[in-house]
Design a binder for this molecule. Structure first.
Ligand code: CP
Length: 345
């Protein structure tokens, strides 16, 4: 049972968000005001992101990860523990669950949703995952679906930006990658930034630009982004010099004969620490974040110890915003009885 004082403190904001029982498969499943209310709830929960606040006692989170993960799975699990809930985890479902015996994802979700109050699912096939979610009796949060979207990574990166600047609107952000076509985090972040009023530039090779479907959706949501193609390292660093944030969603590197060409393209999108230092001398910070994991050669590691570094600072924020999301979706229990009188007397 949620304690009365905590219910009074958090109940009105949790109810205002109005996401109880809802799935979160795309960042576009949240309205702008829901995102901003989640930020406010996340900020209020930050004092407990290294301890415990019993807002979800007795609730169970199941994490079903069909692809490897460090951050997404462990931060959701940390968030649930910090909220006083319990966690079931399946990290290798194709080996250790009945998915290995060809049980369908539909049946797995139907069954697990009878154990858990909330499910976080990461899956390699976004079409299958989006369809199968309908079989779940518990709300499902995407932990990354195929190459489609990774909404909670975007949510935590937007939250980090909001905590640093106090706003997202008007910020200049460059999302850069050798492959924005397959960058699920890049897609979710482009939606979120553009919708919240940031000035977004998407930098990638023309051949691997952001999918038309994502650009069309951004337009249909009344937002816009710019694109820059086929930059060299100098012109890329000139571009980011005017930015408040450089967002690096990373991408899978090809193996075999394409690997060398990919590495050369990757070098063109290298954020040089000299570029960031030049801005520092002018008294401003160009923040750099990477969704991680990062590969060797993908980043200038000198950035790790510069004020621009945001990718490790975001880790602590990720727990708070995922706590907010779990509370919003699981919902607080009804107002606890404050009377000590036995109602049966
Ligand atoms: N950023 C991210 O999704 O990391 P993991 O793959 O470790 O969860």
């Amino acid at each position: 049972m949620t304690e009365p004082a905590q219910f009074e403190t958090f109940g009105p904001l949790v109810e205002k968000i109005e996401i109880k029982g809802q799935n979160l498969l795309s960042i576009n499943d949240l309205s702008n005001s829901q995102i901003l209310d989640l930020f406010e709830l996340g900020r209020r929960l930050e004092p407990w992101n290294r301890s415990v606040i019993n807002l979800l006692p007795g609730r169970v989170l199941a994490t079903l990860f069909f692809q490897p993960s460090t951050r997404t799975r462990l931060s959701f699990e940390t968030a649930m523990h910090r909220l006083g809930g319990a966690v079931l985890t399946e990290t290798t479902p194709l080996i250790s669950s009945s998915a290995a015996k060809e049980e369908s994802l539909d049946d797995m979700l139907r069954v697990v949703s009878k154990y858990a109050n909330v499910i976080v699912l990461r899956h390699f096939d976004d079409v299958e995952a989006r369809r199968a979610v309908a079989s779940s009796e518990a709300p499902v949060i995407s932990g990354g679906f195929g190459q489609w979207e990774h909404p909670t990574q975007a949510l935590l990166d937007l939250y980090t930006l909001w905590r640093i600047y106090g706003r997202v609107e008007g910020l200049r952000v460059c999302i850069a990658s050798t492959d924005l076509n397959h960058a699920r985090t890049g897609h979710s972040m482009a939606y979120g930034l553009a919708r919240l009023g940031a000035k977004v530039t998407l930098a990638s090779p023309m051949a691997t630009r952001t999918p038309d479907e994502v650009l069309a959706k951004i337009g249909s949501l009344g937002a816009s982004v710019d694109e820059e193609f086929d930059l060299e390292q100098d012109s890329f660093n000139d571009l980011i010099y005017d930015m408040d944030l450089v967002y690096l969603p990373g991408c899978s590197a090809p193996k075999g004969p394409e690997a060398e060409a990919f590495k050369l393209t990757m070098e063109k999108y290298l954020v040089r620490h000299e570029t960031l230092q030049r801005a520092e001398k002018e008294g401003r910070t160009i923040y750099v974040t990477h969704t991680l994991p990062r590969r060797q050669g993908e980043m200038d590691l000198a950035i790790d110890s510069m004020p621009s570094e945001l990718y490790f600072k975001a880790i602590a924020f990720s727990v708070s915003i995922r706590m907010a999301l779990l509370v919003g979706i699981a919902g607080l229990e009804d107002a606890p009885q404050t009377s000590l009188v036995n109602p049966g007397v």
